[in-house]
Write a protein that binds this ligand. Structure first.
Ligand SMILES: [Zn+2]
Length: 79
């Protein structure tokens, strides 16, 4: 969960474990998985937008149980 105050990012918390993610002058300074999804007509959540953030440990815990592994590719340009 990202918390903003006057349009500025002030806090990022992992939705799963509650850990506070390191930020420095609005920059996220550690690994984070940010999910944003817009549910559509064929779901039970039509019209709802959901978002959450996971710390790297919680991301690893979640994806470790996937029957089909996460698809990994390498980006050529890193920010
Ligand atoms: Zn976490």
């Amino acid at each position: 969960m990202k918390k903003y105050e006057n349009g500025k990012l002030i806090k990022v918390v992992c939705n799963q474990c509650g850990k506070e993610i390191k930020t420095e002058t609005e920059m996220i300074k550690e690994g984070i998985c940010s999910v944003e999804t817009d549910w559509g007509y064929f779901s039970d959540k039509d019209g709802e937008s959901h978002k959450f953030d996971l710390c790297e440990e919680c991301y690893d815990l979640l994806t470790r149980n996937f029957l089909v592994p996460v698809e990994i590719s390498r980006r050529t340009e890193l920010l």
